[in-house]
Design a protein around this ligand. Sequence first.
Ligand SMILES: [Mn+2]
Length: 326
Amino acid sequence: MAIDWQPLVEIIDRSQSFLLTTHCRADCDAVGSELALAALLRSRGKRVAIVNGDAVPEHILFIDPQHQVQVLGEDIKLEEIEFDALIVVDTSAWGQLGPMANVVRQFPGARAVVDHHVSSDDLGATVVRDDTAEATGRMILELAERLEAEVTPEIARSLFAAIATDTGWFRFSSVKEATFLALAKLVAAGADPPAIFSALYEQHSLARLHLRGRILSHVVSDLEGRLMSTHVTQEDFSETGANETDTEDAINSLHTVAGSEVAVLFVELQENVTKVSLRSRTDFDVSKVAAQFGGGGHRAASGIRFAGLLDDARKAILDALRVAME
Ligand SMILES: [Mn+2]
């Protein structure tokens, strides 16, 4: 998909200072895109601050060694926010911005969004969207090329990590030729894949490994193995000492079973909220089922925040999947 960068380039050209933000519970695509975009803008003499609604999750802190990401209300106050332009990356959903939603809503200057998600709200912004892109990070690389900016080793590392994580280390169906062409450019510019892999996947806690054991032991198979699901309870968290971010990537283990088409992970959060992740490895579109429950995402990967108990979430969503997958 050819992206029209011109409206965003015009905002960049006419603005001197930029506020960058992304979704809460940020991932490497979110933070990597923010950091790379910040470096690009600074290389053009712009003033840039990155302010998120919550802190960068601990397991991806390696991506921001200089602690450039600030947290609203902790590192920077609302009244200190004065910028010409605001750019939101890797989300277009009010509900994912957390405390930054108000900042975006009241922002008086130019607003822009760079995102690859299908489902979107109207943020009152100039939107650059490519829902065929595997990661926002690859879109930022394209912007760098459009701006003829130098891709420094820092930018390369941030964007490599962004693309690597949003593609599950290049194994999701969203991966295409353009992915590897971008990665080749990033490696040429100084990204070090083994170092990034180790920082991402080989620095976890023992608690996370124990939690993974529980997630695997809870797996149940449905529709003769086409629908695989599992869950994590608050008790699993407290007994292993792991936390919610330690569930990341666990769902993909369910697809290691032959014949599995759709995988679902239910995570019991506090206050009767259940977080649901869905992954499809066929043409079956999990975002349609997610949408039935107010969730969103892509055909191959979607999520739901279900207002209800774990057992109720399992019953409702697995029932809906059984019907949809028949
Ligand atoms: Mn992303």
